[in-house]
Design a binder for this molecule. Structure first.
Ligand code: ZN
Length: 132
C-alpha cells in the first residue's frame, strides 16, 4: 500500500528536543552522581522549559558565582545552553541513546564506574550512563 504523509512547513511547538547542560569543574572538581554529571541532557519543547526542568528535576543551578556557590575564578558550574533549538540529535543515523553512550565512553572525565551522561526524558524517565 502506498502512503503519503503531509507535514507542516514549520516545526510544531510541541516538538521535543534535547538540551545539553555541560558541567564546568568550578573549584577544580565535578559533581558526579545519579542526578547530575558532566552532561545533564534534558528533553523539552523549548530552551526555557528545559532550563526549568534542569533546575527542578536535576538540581542544576545557574549564576552560581553570583549566588556564592561557585569559584569566581573558575566561573559558574552550570550555564544555560545557548542553542535555542537544542542539539542536532537525533539524526537519521544517531539516536540520543547512541550519543549518550558514546559521549560517556569518550570522556576523559569521569573515572571508570562514575556517571557521565544523564538523559532526562520528558515523560519523567531518566537514564544514567556510566563510564566503563
Ligand atoms: Zn577557581
Amino acid at each position: 500500500m502506498a502512503s503519503k504523509t503531509f507535514k507542516p512547513d514549520t516545526p510544531q511547538p510541541t516538538e521535543l528536543r534535547w538540551f545539553n547542560y555541560r558541567q564546568n569543574n568550578s573549584g577544580g572538581s565535578f559533581v558526579k552522581n545519579d542526578d547530575v554529571s558532566i552532561n545533564v541532557v534534558i528533553q523539552a519543547t523549548s530552551l526555557k522549559e528545559a532550563n526549568r526542568i534542569a533546575e527542578d528535576r536535576a538540581g542544576v543551578y545557574f549564576d552560581g558565582v553570583r549566588k556564592g556557590y561557585d569559584c569566581s575564578c573558575c566561573g559558574d558550574r552550570w550555564y544555560r545552553p545557548w542553542e535555542e533549538d537544542g542539539m542536532e540529535i537525533p539524526t537519521t543515523f544517531v539516536t540520543i541513546e547512541d550519543w549518550a553512550e558514546d559521549t560517556a565512553q569518550d570522556s576523559w572525565e569521569p573515572k571508570s564506574g562514575e556517571s557521565a551522561v544523564i538523559l532526562y526524558y520528558a515523560d519523567g524517565a531518566k537514564t544514567v550512563y556510566y563510564k566503563d
